[in-house]
Design a protein around this ligand. Structure first.
Ligand SMILES: Nc1ncnc2c1ncn2[C@@H]1O[C@H](COP(=O)(O)OP(=O)(O)OP(=O)(O)O)[C@@H](O)[C@H]1O
Length: 876
């Protein structure tokens, strides 16, 4: 019986050809055939073929038309006589260089169409061909189509008008008809004038001819535009107004399309769908700006903008903007100099937005007017409102992402699996295959009565008989009731990060921190939310793809997040792996106050940074508690609805992602000092938006300790050297059988999934970092709270001479608020509990606050700031 089955299996390829319906023994078709037509349309090779066809068409028409100019007289009567049948008459000899087809086509275009203007069709084929073949919008499609239509009408009519009774079809039938109709309507002179006017209008439109009166220009006083007003105008693209302002013409001409980059891009979008057809496709291989990355730009913030403009207009004009008022609370996000939303509290604690404008009290007077205006939500991205998200074409396509299916390889492996199992007396009911980028999964349904553990035990034997590295047996595949055997493909496919980021799933994801990790065996993109993971542990022997993996994660986040929404803390003990990201320091990196480098390479500084992150976490928890919210999402939502008062220390909280590239190194040198804060962060930081990505080459138990492991539910293993290592990281074997180069297992949500990690090369990362780095950023990196090492302070008894450098500031905070509370100091000054407590002790010693009163705040002995200044002066 088993024998019969096996025989039928061997005949299977023939069956497959004859009958499309899959028999149980037939290899399960791969997913591709289902999406064949779509795939074909999307395939860049199809575009290239189309491009080549259009270019040839352009060349063909050009030669035929040019030849027609010289041979039309000889060929015309033949074409007339035989009409389209001339194409098939061997006995007719024509002079056109491209034969009967050339003569007929050009006659058709010239005589029946638009005359000499028909050359514009050649141009049309050419631009379409180039756009397709290059894969980018080299020529703007709609703009050119408009010009071509205008050109066809205008030129054919003009030629018809000028040529009079010439036998050559200068304007073609179309031009003649147009000319005849317009001449009847306007008369000959009127038609001439119309053509001249149309020609001049076109020249003005195209080249913006200058008709300025020179003397008047000289006299005209150059209106001084306040710096910020100019900025506004540019941002809003107020081209018409700018045209009147002297010097603006020199800067750019909006009509010509050589506007500054911000403007240009919008224009391109509007004018250029040569590839719109293609851009709408899911993979959007040509998309220059990923649409979902677009931020809600000016229109949506119109009300807010209007508000700002009103304030600026009222302000005394041209003087440079004064510095913003020193904010009572230092905010983490450095304020964008000119405009920063401030919230004013009224009696009923209703918060209204006003804008911190440094000019004068008039601003306050405007407040009542604004009460009628609905409160605009706070938009953190306005900090860097002109920030442009990186475009997909900064990344590369590493070969075609199309999985190559080798039928003979599939057949060979299938037969070998069947034979091997047969040798061990295991018969199977059904076998199917799914081809992935790196491995093919053969799914087996064993015959009734075969014990799964038997197959599992034969893992090594099957691997041996298939003589392939990287075979993994999954028995059973959870939820499928089958046994899986993964066999590496002879020809592997690189999964380009670009394609993953272009996928619908990524572009339209609503995740907080979407990361494109790789492709599953069934070619589905594996995109996860780091915020939900909520931390990620990565391990893998050297050279197996860890660094590429980290870059993939970081670049995914950079493509989806605005600098105001995300900050990275990068720890790179190897010193070279993450150095590329230095370029984005002022946009996306966080660092300790007073540090030079944002990328941390020194172990001692790592300890400080981790502790500073713990302080940031504690502060964030305080803020969440005060706001009555449970997590960062709720908190930020409340803050953006302006329901939290910044004067009480509330601020928009960006996500913070801590990346440690070589964890083993840190644990070896700093041990518990590193482990403790990491474990604390891993346990608690998720709710406040701090997430950890930790990578290590050595996944041994003394490095990935129980405490760490317990708090990292999501773990990635690249190829490791032993089964023990695999167990340490994944709690199961398998990672030792991977084949390297980004082949990985991810354990997430209780499942272990094999993925091919998306590939992004260093030059690509560099160009993304450069693209971001070249844009306007914050004045400095995001500052973490200061951390003072306990040890550094130990043994320093308080004496007035060596009081804390923040002593005076702390005293002012306490006196201003008339509240002797340590947590107030912590919050306002972003200090750790220990340091704030020590400051409080020093304030007590100086007599500024009273003694500790348990859970109640200490009494403040100094009642006014003037008194305090006196005390502070006397202490000098
Ligand atoms: N996802 C991938 N797809 C294709 N090739 C990859 C992938 N990941 C890594 N590789 C290949 O493997 C090489 C080594 O990768 P990578 O530098 O990331 O290893 P590593 O584990 O970080 O090594 P080390 O620990 O020594 O830094 C890369 O140069 C690349 O050629």
């Amino acid at each position: 019986m088993a024998g019969n089955k096996l025989k039928s299996e061997k005949k299977e390829p023939k069956k497959k050809k004859e009958a499309p319906a899959p028999s149980p023994d037939v290899l399960k078709p791969d997913k591709e055939p289902e999406v064949k037509v779509r795939e074909l349309v999307k395939d860049e090779r199809t575009h290239k073929v189309l491009g080549a066809v259009f270019l040839l068409l352009a060349l063909y028409c050009f030669i035929a038309f040019t030849s027609y100019l010289f041979t039309w007289e000889e060929d015309q009567d033949k074409v007339f006589r035989y009409s389209s049948s001339v194409l098939f008459r061997d006995d007719v000899d024509v002079d056109n260089l491209l034969g009967r087809l050339g003569a007929f086509t050009s006659h058709w275009f010239f005589y029946k169409g638009f005359g000499v203007a028909s050359y514009l069709f050649t141009y049309f084929f050419f631009i379409v061909g180039i756009n397709f073949i290059v894969g980018r919008r080299v020529f703007r499609f709609w703009r050119n189509v408009k010009y071509i239509i205008f050109g066809l009408l205008f030129l054919s009519m003009t030629f018809a008008f000028l040529s009079g009774k010439s036998a050559f079809p200068w304007g073609g039938a179309m031009g003649d008809a147009l000319n005849k109709w317009v001449s009847g309507f306007l008369g000959k002179t009127g038609t001439g004038l119309l053509l001249i006017t149309a020609g001049i209008c076109w020249l003005i439109w195209k080249f913006n001819l200058d008709f300025k009166w020179p003397e008047k220009q000289a006299k005209a006083a150059k209106p001084v535009m306040p710096a910020y007003a100019e900025e506004e105008a540019e941002d809003e693209g107020e081209v018409e107004d700018l045209r009147n302002a002297p010097s603006i013409n020199d800067r750019y001409n909006g009509l010509k399309g050589d506007a500054p980059p911000v403007f240009k891009e919008e224009e391109e979008e509007a004018f250029d769908p040569a590839l719109q057809l293609i851009e709408r496709e899911e993979t959007a291989p040509f998309a220059t700006t990923p649409p979902p990355f677009a931020m809600p730009e000016p229109e949506e913030d119109l009300a807010l903008e209007e508000l700002k403009l009103t304030i600026h207009d009222d302000a005394p004009p041209p003087q440079p903007l004064p510095e913003p008022e020193p904010a009572p609370i230092p905010l983490d996000i450095p304020p964008p100099a000119p405009r920063k939303p401030k919230v004013v509290e009224d009696v009923a604690f209703e918060i209204k937005p006003v804008y911190e404008d440094p000019t004068d009290e008039e601003v306050e007077e405007i407040v009542p007017v604004r009460e009628a205006v609905p409160v605009d939500p706070y938009e953190p991205t306005l900090d860097l409102r002109d920030y442009k998200y990186p475009a997909l074409d900064l990344l590369e396509n590493h070969g075609s992402d199309k999985i190559v299916q080798d039928a003979s390889e599939l057949e060979k492996n299938k037969n070998q699996i069947i034979d091997t199992l047969k040798n061990y007396d295991i018969s199977i009911q059904k076998i199917s295959a799914t081809v992935g980028p790196t491995v093919t999964l053969y799914e087996i349904v064993p015959a009734a009565g075969v014990r799964i553990s038997r197959i599992k035990n034969l893992e090594d034997d099957i691997a041996l008989s298939l003589s392939a590295l990287g075979i993994r047996i999954i028995a059973p595949i959870p939820g499928r009731g089958t046994i899986g055997i993964e066999v590496p493909n002879v020809k592997k496919t690189i999964v380009s990060l670009r394609n993953m980021l272009a996928s619908d799933k990524f572009q339209h994801s609503q995740m907080d921190l979407p990361i494109a990790i790789g492709k599953k065996i069934d070619n589905e993109n594996f995109i996860a939310d780091l915020a939900k993971m909520p931390h990620l542990l990565m391990a893998g022997a050297t050279g197996q793809g860890k660094s590429v993996g980290i870059n993939t994660l970081l670049v995914s986040l950079l493509y989806k997040k605005h600098p105001s929404q995300l900050k990275f803390v990068l720890v790179d003990p190897k010193k070279v792996e993450l150095s590329l990201y230095k370029l984005i320091e002022k946009h996306f990196l966080a660092k300790l106050p007073g540090e030079e480098d944002a990328i941390i390479t020194d172990t001692k500084k790592v300890v400080h940074t981790l502790n500073a992150l713990c302080i940031e976490m504690d502060l964030r928890y305080d803020l969440l508690k005060e706001a009555g919210t449970r997590n960062i999402r709720e908190y930020n939502a409340k803050f953006t609805q302006r329901r939290l008062n910044p004067q009480k220390g509330h601020r928009y909280l960006p996500f913070i992602v801590l990346v440690i590239d070589e964890f083993a190194d840190l644990i070896m040198t700093a041990g518990k000092e590193v482990e403790m804060p990491i474990a604390r962060l891993a346990q608690l930081a998720r709710a406040v938006g701090i997430h950890l990505i930790i990578a290590t080459q050595r996944p041994s138990v003394n490095i990935i300790t129980g405490t760490i492991k317990a708090n990292f539910p999501a773990r990635i293993a690249f190829k490791v050297s032993s089964k023990i290592d695999s167990r340490t990281i994944l709690d199961t074997g398998g990672a030792e059988q991977l084949i390297g180069q980004g082949d990985m297992l991810i354990s997430f949500n209780g499942e272990v999934v094999r993925l091919q990690c998306a590939f992004v090369d260093t030059p690509e990362v560099e160009s993304v970092a450069e693209f971001i780095g070249e844009q306007r950023g914050y004045p400095d990196a995001f500052l973490l709270p200061e951390y003072i090492d306990e040890k550094d302070m130990e043994g320093k008894d308080f004496s007035l001479a060596d009081r804390d450098p923040l002593f005076e500031e702390a005293a002012r905070v306490i006196v201003q608020n008339q509240q002797g509370s340590t947590s107030l100091l912590q919050r306002r000054m972003k200090l750790g509990y220990n340091r704030a407590g020590r400051l409080m002790d020093q304030l007590e010693a100086a007599g500024i606050v009273g003694p500790n009163m348990g859970s109640k705040a200490r009494e403040v002995n100094v009642k006014t700031e003037a008194d305090l200044e006196e005390i502070l002066n006397s202490m000098l």
